[in-house]
Design a protein around this ligand. Structure first.
Ligand code: ATP
Length: 248
C-alpha cells in the first residue's frame, strides 16, 4: 500500500475483447493535480468512469482515503467526497447560474429536487453555492439565466456545481474541450487557483494546459499506464515520446 489519497491497483475493463483499461496502477496524492494524458481511445474516460463508479471494473481495486471503494456505487462515492464535474447536459438552462449550483448541492445532500425551486435568499444553500461560483470566476453571473452563458462559462459552471458539494477529490474530464484560446486560458487560471486546495485528477487533450498545471502526469496508451512522473520527467521519457508526444 502506498498511502496515497486515491490508490488504483490492477484496474481492468474489457469491452468485447478490447482492454479499455489494462491492469492500471495509479496513485493520486493529497493536494496534487494529477493529469492523465494519452491518445484517443487510450482508456482515459473509461478510467475516470471506473473511479466515479459509473463503470464497474472487471478486475482490480480502488481505495480512496484509505477505504476500499471498488464496489461502492457512484452516489456513495460522491458522498465520500469523490466528485466528477457535471456535464453540460446536466445543466438546467432556464434556471439561473446560482440555482444550478444550489440544485447540485441539494441533489448531493440526497433531497428530492424534482419539483424544487430555490427561493434565492432563504435556502441556506446560497453561501456554499456563491463560494463555488467565486472559485470559478462566475460570482458576477450568479443571477443570469444559464442559457445566456457561453460554452466556456457553462464548463466553469459545471466545475462550480462539483465544487459546491465540497469534494475531497475532483475528477475533471476534459474541462477545456471545445474551447477557444481565451476560454482555455481562463480555465487554466481557474484550475491554477484551485491547486493546492483541491486534489484533482484531470483528463485533458490540451498539452500546454496539462504541462503548465500538473504536478504529476500519467500517460495511458492502449489502456496501460506507460509512465508517471513530473511534467519534466514525462517530457523527457523516451517511451512516452515514441508512443505519444512524438506524434504531435
Ligand atoms: P478519447 O480521448 O477519444 O475520449 P479515451 O482515452 O477516453 O478516448 P475511452 O473512451 O475510454 O478512451 O475508450 C477506450 C477504448 O474502449 C476504445 O477502444 C473504445 O472504443 C472502447 N470503449 C469505450 N467505451 C466503450 C463502450 N461503452 N462499449 C464498447 N467499447 C467501449
Amino acid at each position: 500500500m502506498s498511502g496515497a489519497f486515491l490508490e488504483v491497483r490492477d484496474l481492468y475493463k474489457n469491452y468485447g475483447g478490447i482492454a479499455a483499461t489494462d491492469h492500471v496502477d495509479l496513485d493520486v496524492r493529497e493536494s496534487e493535480l494529477h493529469a492523465i494524458i494519452g491518445p484517443n481511445g487510450a482508456g482515459k474516460t473509461t478510467l475516470i468512469s471506473q473511479l466515479s463508479g459509473e463503470v464497474p471494473p472487471d478486475g482490480g481495486r480502488v481505495r480512496f482515503g484509505g477505504r476500499d471503494i471498488t464496489t461502492t456505487p457512484a452516489y456513495k462515492r460522491s458522498l465520500l467526497g469523490l466528485a466528477r464535474s457535471f456535464q453540460i447536459t446536466s445543466l438546467m438552462l432556464d434556471m439561473t447560474v446560482l440555482e444550478n449550483v444550489a440544485l447540485a448541492v441539494q441533489a448531493h445532500a440526497g433531497h428530492s429536487f424534482r419539483f424544487w425551486r430555490p427561493a434565492r435568499s432563504e435556502t441556506g444553500l446560497t453561501g456554499p453555492a456563491m463560494e463555488a461560483l467565486a472559485a470559478v470566476d462566475l460570482a458576477d453571473r450568479a443571477h443570469d439565466v444559464a442559457r445566456a452563458m457561453s460554452h466556456g462559462e457553462h464548463r466553469q459552471l459545471e466545475i462550480a456545481m462539483a465544487l459546491a458539494t465540497r469534494p475531497k477529490l475532483l475528477l475533471l474530464d476534459e474541462p477545456m474541450a471545445g474551447m477557444g484560446v481565451e476560454e482555455s486560458q481562463r480555465m487554466v487560471e481557474i484550475l491554477r487557483g484551485l491547486k493546492g486546495e483541491k486534489t484533482m485528477l484531470l483528463i485533458e487533450h490540451d498539452m500546454d494546459a496539462v504541462f503548465t498545471l500538473a504536478d504529476r502526469i500519467s500517460v495511458l496508451v492502449y489502456g496501460r499506464v506507460i509512465a508517471t512522473g513530473t511534467p519534466e520527467e514525462i517530457r523527457n521519457d523516451e517511451a512516452v515520446r515514441q508512443a505519444y508526444l512524438g506524434d504531435e
